[in-house]
Design a protein around this ligand. Structure first.
Ligand code: ACO
Length: 380
């Protein structure tokens, strides 16, 4: 049984298209000034037509595997945290598994709103600690633009698309995910929700007419809840990990609103340099926001070996959670060219493999049908 779950790879993906505040003011009654002062957001990235949550998740995962010097076949578990899966089923994690060619991985999606990545990290770390798995890809990926009501100024200015991923590996050395702390309060479910399309309010002409397939939010209530739980979850996870606030190197909060981030920092008495923020450039990418921020902070050298990092988030559910990580991975060296080429080849082969398996399935379905017909014929 291994005793630690280490973060050994990280990656992020933001789609090419950028939507600036000025362009939003052409869609709804808002202004760059209002959006910047109330949220801190300047711009967000949006998918191109046809680009999906799974596509972005795969890009972030590939980057994380590159940093980890891992081949997809070494991944034993894939968790995708998302509220905007490609389909209700199959899971986006299974699509990612196929696209990566992670032939030995179990795969499932996890829904915990913007806290999804923290939930996923906690589940994966504990599965590694149990000894049942030795490696995991935890991905947060969202296409929020697909569930954003572009006529609602109260919400459409907030969200963006993107994906972030980490690779976890079990090991005997000290460090890695030290502790996690998760919470929920379903009584606040309607503060932030997408009302229709599930079993309670199935899709109908009425749900389409009443725009019930888009995010609805009571912003002020969510704001108050967010500031309180960011403080409490951070303190709780540090205590669980046997640390105090003074030991913290960097806080990586969910990137929903700069005012929420600053209020949480004030309540924890942390200086602005100790709190990572990139909400200005990406907006709120829900479950993707923390892994994007974590990857960016690691890429920029804001996290060094030995640092104590806390990721903390809140979101639909209501849910909240925090994870304390002792960083053990030094700044990665680029893998040798030969290994990078092999990985590229592997991804191309994954596509061929996927098509081949579909073909075999198609042919075998024919085989069974022929067999049945043949059986009947022989009776006749
Ligand atoms: N442009 C101009 N005016 C606006 C806009 C806009 N885009 N949106 C709202 N307003 C107006 C309102 O109509 C209101 O006008 P009124 O006073 O005449 O009624 C005024 O601005 C103030 O509205 P508030 O809602 O009080 O504004 P607030 O300062 O609370 O900011 C915001 C709103 C940004 C939504 C804030 O409440 C917030 O960030 N809440 C938390 C959101 C959040 O974190 N969501 C998490 C999502 S997590 C997930 O799981 C997806």
């Amino acid at each position: 049984m291994s005793s630690h779950a280490h973060v050994i790879g990280w990656g992020k993906y933001l789609p090419q298209r950028v939507l600036k505040n000025g362009e939003l003011s052409e869609l709804v009654d808002t202004s760059d000034e209002w959006i910047r002062t109330r949220t801190g957001i300047r711009e967000r990235h949006l998918v191109e037509d046809g680009e999906t949550t799974a596509d972005m998740a795969v890009q972030a995962a590939r980057q994380a595997l590159e940093v980890a010097h891992f081949n997809p076949t070494q991944v034993e578990l894939i968790i995708v945290a998302t509220v905007t899966p490609d389909h209700l089923f199959p899971s986006t994690a299974c699509l990612v598994q196929d696209m990566l060619g992670a032939t030995r991985a179990a795969a499932f999606d996890l829904s915990a709103g913007c806290t999804g990545f923290i939930y996923g990290l906690s589940v994966a770390a504990n599965m590694l600690l149990s000894g049942a798995y030795r490696s995991a890809l935890v991905i947060g990926a969202e296409t929020l633009s697909s569930i954003t009501d572009w006529t609602d100024r109260a919400t459409c200015v907030l969200f963006g698309d993107g994906a972030g991923a980490v690779v976890l590996q079990s090991g005997e050395n000290e460090g890695g995910v030290l502790a996690s702390s998760l919470g929920s309060d379903g009584s606040g479910g309607d503060l932030l929700w997408l009302p229709a399309g599930g079993s309670r309010i199935p899709t109908s002409q009425r749900t389409l007419d009443e725009r019930l397939h888009f995010i609805q939010m009571k912003g002020r209530e969510v704001f108050r809840f967010a500031v309180k739980v960011m403080h409490d979850a951070t303190c709780e996870v540090l205590e669980k990990a046997g640390h105090a606030l003074g030991d913290l190197t960097l806080l990586i909060p969910h990137q929903a609103n700069q005012r929420i981030i600053e209020a949480a920092a004030r309540s924890l008495d942390l200086s602005p340099e100790m709190v990572y923020s990139n909400v200005e450039w990406y907006g709120n990418t829900s479950a993707a926001s923390i892994p994007i921020a974590l990857s960016e902070a690691a890429e920029k050298g804001r996290i060094q070996t030995g640092d104590l990092v806390v990721c903390v988030g809140f979101g639909a559910g209501l849910t909240w959670g925090a994870a304390a990580i002792r960083w053990t991975r030094p700044q990665p060296m680029l893998a040798p060219l030969r290994r990078r080429i092999v990985r590229r080849l592997y991804y191309s082969l994954a596509r061929i493999r996927s098509r081949f398996r579909r073909l075999i399935r198609w042919l075998s379905a024919f085989g069974i049908k022929d067999g049945l017909n043949g059986g009947r014929r022989s009776k006749e």
